[in-house]
Design a protein around this ligand. Structure first.
Ligand code: AOS
Ligand code: ZN
Ligand code: ZN
Ligand code: ZN
Length: 426
């Protein structure tokens, strides 16, 4: 199923008048504060977030998996889903594939399809946390960190293979997330596991094309519950430095222990030019992977405030690779992703409202109250008309979720794919 611009603009007409009223009111208010509304709308329109192939089906837990019906069961259908999201939101202009779940059968057909949907291939993700069909060695006791050299070699070769697949699609980065660690004290030698990981990552890094980046993701626990080799940003940062200039740390919002100051991590990494990528989601307890902004929207805003500061002040840090990393059990995945995209854009827009110069002065004067006022005034502004305007100007929907429901897109997908299709992969 494909949406045409006229499908969307027809429905936009119904709410356009109300939108224009809200937009003009907000634009005038911001204008009086010397905020450049056109610039914000341009930044919002340019901000594109990759959709991971594994977020398009209803995920699950070890206790159960409830299908959402009409899920995409192959790569072509996954791209179609991202294409739908992008037509509606004009914010999801990229897809992030997972190997081996998404190995293309016909590369030129897949590239052609992505082009027609206006989608780029973002980072490719390797998988050494599951044993693959026919694999000689098992990752039960780790992959890049494994005490056995043959296992490490197999895991290195897999990552090199993923780079080759990504190259054929036009990807420019590889994300490595390792499940490696231990479940019990004494099970592993920490120093050996870390050294092995560093050597393995270097072997992968050495085959990375010149214009590629390597993203090293960290996570404190799960699936291992006693220790994780790359447990925090410091370990990732150290490994990225050991690999070289093209290696960076990747921050996944759910990969922190409760109350960690993520915005400060973001700021430190950008100062050092080592923040490469971002996985958006939200959480209450751990790596919950729930909808972005559904639990802690103010924390998300504070993170964006540091991202915006870094994007404006840290030329040493490259452009970031943005991705949503969420998957859960009970919502329509496409509706959920629209909610996440909205929350990301909302936090970004609010961060763009912060007057950095004024904040700097207030900090210098130790006017703590004013500092807080500046941040919270931005946060309390309802920026949704700006988001809608950015979408409208790019040919998207004023209200993506509303259009999705009005056009009964899920029903059409069920018609097309059947009720019991199951997304490949997780
Ligand atoms: C795992 O917890 C990480 O968040 C990964 O980024 C990702 O979810 C995984 O690679 C998906 O397969
Ligand atoms: Zn992640
Ligand atoms: Zn995760
Ligand atoms: Zn997560």
């Amino acid at each position: 199923m494909k949406l045409s611009e006229s499908n969307i603009s027809e429905i936009n007409k119904k709410s356009n008048k109300e939108h224009q009223n809200q937009f003009e009111f907000l634009a005038n208010t911001l204008d009086k504060k010397s905020i450049k509304v056109e610039q914000i709308i341009k930044s919002l329109a340019e901000f594109q977030v990759a959709i991971p192939s594994w977020a398009l089906g209803a995920g699950g837990t070890r206790f159960g998996r409830f299908s959402y019906y009409g899920e995409p069961s192959n790569l072509t259908q996954k791209l179609d889903d991202v294409g739908l999201l992008h037509s509606l939101t004009q914010t999801a202009g990229a897809v992030s594939l997972h190997i081996p779940w998404d190995i293309p059968e016909d590369y030129s057909a897949i590239k052609e399809q992505a082009k027609s949907l206006n989608l780029k291939f973002d980072a490719v993700n390797s998988n050494t946390f599951q044993d693959q069909k026919g694999a000689k060695e098992s990752y039960k006791y780790g992959s890049l960190s494994n005490a056995s050299q043959v296992v490490r070699e197999q895991a290195i070769a897999h990552n090199q293979e993923v780079i080759k697949i990504g190259e054929q699609l036009g990807s420019k980065s590889l994300t490595v997330w390792l499940a490696d660690g231990s479940n019990f004290p004494g099970q592993n030698n920490f120093q050996t596991a870390l050294s092995n990981t560093e050597d393995s990552l270097k072997a992968i890094y050495n085959t990375l094309p010149d214009d590629w980046k390597l993203f090293i993701e960290y996570k404190p626990y799960e699936p291992n519950f006693y220790s994780t080799v790359i447990q925090d940003w410091g370990t990732s940062f150290m490994l990225a430095n050991a690999c070289g200039d093209k290696a960076y740390t990747l921050v996944d919002l759910g990969h922190h222990l409760p109350n960690t100051n993520i915005e400060q991590i973001v700021s430190t990494l950008m100062l050092k030019g080592k923040l490469g990528g971002f996985h958006f989601n939200d959480s209450k307890y751990g790596d919950d992977d729930v909808t972005v902004g559904s639990v802690k929207p103010y924390a998300l805003f504070l993170i964006f405030n540091e991202l915006v500061y870094g994007m404006q002040n840290n030329p040493q840090n490259p452009d970031l690779s943005w991705m949503i990393d969420a998957s859960h059990n009970i919502k329509d995945p496409l509706e959920d992703l629209m909610q996440s995209l909205e929350a990301i854009q909302e936090a970004y827009a609010k961060a763009l409202l912060v007057n950095q110069t004024e904040l700097r002065v207030a900090q210098q004067e130790h006017d703590v109250v004013k500092c807080q006022e500046i941040l919270q005034n931005a946060y309390r502004t309802d920026v949704r008309p700006l988001l809608a305007q950015a979408r409208l100007q790019s040919g998207g929907a004023l209200n993506p979720l509303g259009v999705y429901r009005e056009l009964k897109i899920r029903e059409a997908l069920i018609q097309e794919r059947g009720k019991h299709s199951i997304a490949s992969g997780l």
